[in-house]
Design a binder for this molecule. Structure first.
Ligand code: CP
Ligand code: NVA
Length: 307
């Protein structure tokens, strides 16, 4: 079963294949439309948290490939509350061809995959956001022409998004630097996995508390919310710690002159990123959001073995 839960489960060659397929499907779409490769296929979309991009891009990806997306809101399934995760997995597998889930605890998506008899795709958990990272690397590839030897710098929280960026970079041979405030580093287990993967691909990775050091030679710079979904109670405390990691015009000046700016969105403008940068000439924020659609088409086709 080809689940897409975290990028560490997937071979580098497979990730490269998914990116190549995303490029091809995007070109096809722009040239007039995709073949209905997912005709009669149904994607079940389970959400424990809100979403704009993930919900709409998966739904539209299914539609544009001839299939159908079924949105299941947090109130409907109540994963693990109304019914056990294992039972939800066994039941939904009898109706749909592939499942995408956005959950709080990563253990829940692992459990879903364990009991599902169809592929399960992680649409964000507290540990990882692998679909986002695929769209992000597609965006870097398009803007920079290649990935190998390029450098991505992330400023902010050591969270699900930065975890998946580290894994994708380390697997795809992209240099990666992360600057976080003390106490908000990537989990040590995540970092050592990243080091292991980077040693295989030759990617150079570094972690620091100094945003300026991290930004040196960056081809792409990235930030995310200071408090993720589920961390609302910490938002006030985090607002005091994170301002030195905000992407503003001054920070952007430490990266390469042609660096692109990325953010998974939703953005908290004025917190982790200024309007000036988010709406400035180096911003690739909305190309990145669009690429969720193209990258996820490729992930769906790959998971269903139709590539
Ligand atoms: N970037 C992202 O996953 O956005 P949503 O939360 O709107 O899906
Ligand atoms: N780190 C953020 C990403 C949102 C797309 C969160 O988990 O809320």
């Amino acid at each position: 079963m080809k689940h897409f839960l975290t990028l560490t489960d997937i071979q580098s060659e497979e990730l490269q294949k998914i990116l190549d397929l995303a490029v091809k499907l995007k070109e096809e779409w722009k040239a007039g439309g995709n073949e209905p490769i997912l005709k009669n296929k149904v994607l079940g979309m389970i959400f424990q948290k809100p979403s704009l991009r993930t919900r709409v891009s998966f739904d539209v990806a299914m539609l544009q490939l001839g299939g159908h997306g079924l949105y299941l809101s947090p109130n409907e399934i109540q994963l693990g509350k109304r019914e056990s995760v294992a039972d939800v997995a066994r039941v939904i597998s009898r109706y749909v061809d592939v499942v995408m889930a956005r959950v709080f605890a990563h253990a829940d998506i692992v459990e879903l995959a364990k009991y599902a008899s169809v592929p399960v795709i992680n649409g964000l958990s507290d540990h990882a956001h692998p679909c986002q990272a695929m769209a992000d690397f597609l965006t870097i590839l398009e803007h920079k022409g290649s990935l190998k030897g390029k450098k991505l710098t992330y400023l902010g929280d050591g969270n699900n998004v930065s975890t998946s960026l580290l894994f994708a970079a380390a697997k795809l041979g992209v240099d990666f630097a992360i600057a976080t405030p003390p106490g908000y580093e990537l989990h040590p287990g995540v970092w050592s996995l990243g080091e292991h993967l980077a040693a295989q691909s030759g990617a150079k990775i570094m972690a620091t508390y100094d945003p300026v050091e991290a930004l040196k030679d960056a081809d792409a710079i990235y930030t995310d919310a200071w408090a993720s979904m589920g961390q609302e109670a910490e938002a006030e405390k985090r607002r005091k710690v994170f301002p030195p990691y905000r992407i503003d015009a001054e920070k952007l000046g430490y990266a390469n002159a042609d660096a692109i700016v990325l953010h998974c969105l939703p953005a908290h403008r004025g917190e982790e990123i200024t309007d000036e940068v988010a709406d400035g000439p180096q911003s690739a924020l909305f190309d990145q959001a669009e690429n969720r659609l193209h990258a996820q088409k490729a992930i769906l086709v790959w998971a269903l073995d139709l590539d």
